[in-house]
Design a protein around this ligand. Structure first.
Ligand code: ATP
Ligand code: MG
Length: 591
């Protein structure tokens, strides 16, 4: 829990450094506060002069002149205030716009480890809600607080200057106000914190249920989930109500105090007029001063809270920006093309980074010659996907080496290496956008004609063409409106247009009907032709096509060789897998 009691000056300074590109606007706005404060007290002062020097003297011409001056002051103030409000907010918006991009870039460059342990909701909250809160530092926090303080000082100054006795009378109730403001600020701060926590809980809850709606509905869990939601919602509402209560008490209290102070002033001022100590003009101007004094005070307590909340959000965002979990991109070898030799040399790996416990890969070694295809088989959880994650350098190995074209993977520039490797994942992920965009991932170098050609080669063209809008068909979130097989084919086209030197394919586990089987098989053969390929295979036809088969068991290579040679091993693991998985399945299909 961040400390919300003290004002964190270094953090505030850090936030302010983000304004640097907009220095000139910032200084302009700060200058406006300097002009606005005296301008605000000008009108009551002019009014006082008008009453004392002209109204009572019956000087109509002078009165008109002064009325014009008051009107002029008013217009000038309105204009200045417009610029002030607009630019104070403009600075905030410009700053958070930059910050959002910075955070997004930072997050997309982070190591997969970070995403393994950070809930998605947290990353989105940082980039959206928290940054929105930072905006208030500018729109309501820093400059406007400064402006209020300036006005306050100017008003107090002119009041004392006009009549120090009357001012003291007005200020008698001031300690009460200070105390009330403090109480209010504390109470709102506490409920604000609660509101923020509840909002986070509610967001997370909603996000999960909506993503997993199928599960909720199929298991008839709607009523239970609704009950849970009602609970969360109730907590959230009561936290909100608590802060509303604070406002509902504080604002009228301030009004009462200000009325009290006005009453005192009138009582004392009237006596002063009688004893000719106070002029009538002063008595007219003072109520205006009083209202100018109380309005900012009422706002200040609130604004200070907002500033504090903005700073807490800023602290979180800065912390995210300081996370330096990324792949060490220290290599600079960046060949145009790879020959495609892949070698794992006694690789040991654990996701936690700790090899002592129970490592996922326990000394894996194998070699694939350029252009060859390796099929990896093994039971679930044996480490197949892990191997391909290492090859794409999503994670770094802890011991051993991964060699590509006889060079350590870490000698390569990560981006150059990934450009030559394409991966088709087990569960295909599609973004909202057109089919075309999903295939090219907005790479402008890939033309629509190339995409169509690739789709024809893969055998996906026929179905894409039939979609409403064809290649411009809008894929909804995660491609829910397409079938699994269709999504798979799209991801195949995606891999093919990038024309990689090394192709990695994590075959979907779900079994498919013989007709689609033929389509998929044709697609895979197209993909792996003329390039080094590693396939985590679940289908016999893929395995048969591979030059070698590697059998993985609990993070170790137990068998390696061609399909036929492995089948010949008596009591072999591959033979066992083969008999369990494929013979039965094929019998079911062809009774
Ligand atoms: P399947 O056939 O089910 O896809 P697999 O052979 O691909 O299995 P892997 O995904 O490589 O299995 O997982 C191997 C082990 O690593 C599993 O025990 C799993 O719990 C663990 N694991 C996988 N991904 C992560 C991760 N991101 N963080 C921590 N542990 C992980
Ligand atoms: Mg897997």
């Amino acid at each position: 829990m961040p400390d919300t009691q003290k004002f964190n000056f270094p953090l505030f300074r850090q936030v302010m450094t983000m304004v640097r590109p907009y220095k000139r606007t910032f200084y302009f706005t700060a200058l406006l506060t300097l002009i606005l404060a005296p301008l605000a007290i000008l009108r009551p002062k002019l009014l006082q002069i008008m009453v004392d020097d002209y109204v009572f003297q019956g000087d109509v011409h002078g009165m008109t002149l002064l009325a014009c001056a008051i009107l002029g002051a008013l217009l000038l103030e309105v204009l200045m205030r417009y610029f002030f409000l607009y630019y104070a907010d403009w600075i905030g918006q410009a700053t958070i716009r930059d910050l959002r991009v910075r955070v997004f870039r930072h997050v997309t460059g982070l190591h997969l480890n970070y995403f393994d342990k950070t809930p998605i909701g947290q990353s989105t909250t940082r980039t959206i809600n928290d940054i929105e809160a930072i905006n208030t530092i500018f729109s309501e926090g820093s400059i406007t607080i400064l402006a209020d303080l300036m006005t306050l000082t100017a008003v107090l100054f002119i009041m004392f200057y006009t009549s120090w006795k009357l001012t003291l009378v007005v200020l008698v109730v001031f300690p009460l106000l200070i105390w009330g403001s403090y109480k209010f600020k504390e109470s709102v701060r506490k409920s604000y914190e609660k509101v923020r926590n509840h909002i986070a809980t509610m967001n997370a809850f909603l996000q999960e249920r909506i993503t997993g709606m199928r599960i909720v509905q199929i298991f008839n869990a709607e009523a239970r989930e609704a009950e849970k939601f009602r609970q969360i919602n109730r907590d959230y509402t009561s936290a909100n109500l608590r802060s509303i209560l604070a406002y509902a008490i504080f604002f009228p209290v301030v009004d009462i105090i200000s009325a009290l102070s006005l009453g005192l002033m009138v009582w004392y001022g009237a006596r002063g007029v009688l004893s000719e100590e106070v002029t009538v003009g002063v008595l007219v101007a003072f109520p205006l001063y009083i209202s100018m004094l109380y309005r900012p005070i009422r706002m200040l307590a609130d604004k200070f809270n907002t500033l504090q909340m903005g700073l807490i959000a800023a602290e979180r965002v800065f912390k995210l920006l300081e996370t330096e979990e990324r792949i060490q991109n220290t290599g600079d070898y960046a060949p145009e093309r790879l020959k495609g030799k892949v070698e794992f040399d006694d690789v040991r790996f654990s996701y936690s980074g700790d090899l002592e416990g129970d490592p996922i890969l326990r000394g894996v070694s194998f070699t694939i010659r350029p252009g060859e295809t390796l099929a990896i088989v093994g039971s679930t959880g044996s480490g197949k996907t892990t191997i391909i994650s290492l090859l794409s350098r999503f994670y770094d190995v802890q011991e051993g080496r991964v060699l590509i074209d006889d060079r350590d993977q870490r000698d390569y520039d990560v981006f150059a290496l990934r450009r030559r490797i394409a991966v088709v994942l087990q569960d295909v992920f599609l973004f909202s956008g057109t089919v075309l965009e999903n295939i090219t991932l907005r790479d402008a170098d890939i033309s629509e004609a190339e995409v169509i050609e690739a789709a024809k080669m893969i055998g996906a063209h026929r179905f894409i063409e039939k979609l409403p809008g064809g290649y411009h068909y809008q894929v909804r979130e995660r491609g829910a409106t397409l079938s699994m097989g269709q999504r798979q084919l799209i991801s195949f086209v995606r891999a093919l247009v990038f024309n990689p030197d090394i192709l990695i394919l994590d075959e979907a586990t779900s079994s498919i009907d013989p007709e689609s089987e033929a389509v998929i098989q044709h697609a895979i053969e197209t993909l792996i032709a003329k390039r080094t390929s590693i396939i985590i295979a679940h289908r016999l036809s893929t395995i048969r096509h591979a030059n070698n088969v590697m059998v993985l068991d609990k993070g170790k290579v137990v068998e390696f060789g061609s399909h036929d040679t492995l089948l010949e091993i008596e009591d072999g693991k591959y033979r066992e897998l083969y008999e369990k998985q494929f013979v039965q399945v094929s019998n079911e299909w062809r009774p």
